[in-house]
Ligand binder design. Structure first.
Ligand SMILES: [Zn+2]
Length: 254
């Protein structure tokens, strides 16, 4: 049993039974890595009724792409998640699984053919569904305490060069005062406000706790991948401020 494919770029279906009705407009794309030893094992799991997980698209390392769930249906890939105050991320997103063993089984570079396929697919989806650039996100962005994928090796800058996602060149790592676990005060509050202002699920408490560290790590994995340590160094803070300004420009249409 199959279904009409949604993208002109995809010609193969591998139908998954794991989906239900959406409860919101589709306005995000969420990128994942499969995090399993082999592509076949990952695809089997996403198509098996017992697993209760799925995604819309699955991209092999050679760029071959299959569709598992119709875009109009709610696939089950995000789990407990939050972005810009919304929590039912499955209802509002397209989920793309990108084959990579992940941090647990030998994290490796994403091959060029795979990156090109993901990039073209995201561009096609954002154009058709009118998804804003800043809403093409990592699973780790919406679930920073639980998830690391697609991780710091995923080349967001290359996607941006193809017009996908919001990206600014990260500030170089340089010496200066840093914020880390245990710090408190106005500077921590400002950092937390900036992170939550961008979309991360974090309430400004003024205390740099484990939750703040997880969000800083998620931010670094996506936007300042040269060092992912959960410490808000000057480069991290500067990159975040400029990204916020870029997002404000997008939202106002300038
Ligand atoms: Zn994921």
């Amino acid at each position: 049993m199959t279904f009409p494919l949604d993208s002109d770029l995809v010609r193969e279906a591998a139908p998954s039974p794991n989906h239900d009705a959406r409860a919101a407009r589709t306005d995000m794309i969420l990128l994942h890595y499969t995090g399993m030893r082999s592509a076949e094992e990952a695809l089997d799991r996403l198509c098996s009724p017992e697993s209760k997980v799925s995604c819309h698209y699955f991209v092999f390392e050679n760029g071959r792409t299959v569709q598992l769930v119709p875009e109009g249906r709610r696939a089950w890939h995000a789990g407990a998640s939050s972005w810009e105050g919304a929590t039912d991320i499955n209802s509002r997103s397209i989920g793309i699984e990108i084959v990579n063993p992940g941090h647990e089984f030998g994290y490796r570079d994403f091959p060029a053919a795979q990156v090109m396929a993901v990039s073209a697919l995201c561009r096609d989806i954002t154009n058709r569904l009118r998804i804003r650039a800043d809403r093409v996100l990592a699973h780790s962005d919406v679930a920073p305490t639980r998830k690391d994928d697609p991780g710091e090796k995923f080349p967001w800058s290359e996607l941006a060069a193809e017009g996908v996602g919001l990206w600014i060149e990260p500030a170089p790592i340089s010496p200066g005062s840093v914020l880390g676990v245990g710090d408190c005060g106005a500077a921590v509050s400002e950092l937390q406000m900036n992170l939550s202002g961008y979309g991360y699920d974090l309430s400004p408490s003024g205390n740099f706790d484990a939750g703040t560290q997880a969000v800083v790590k998620a931010f670094q994995r996506h936007f300042r991948p040269a060092r992912v340590d959960g410490v808000a160094d000057p480069s991290t803070q500067d990159t975040l401020r400029r990204l916020l300004a870029a997002k404000a420009g997008l939202a106002s249409g300038s």
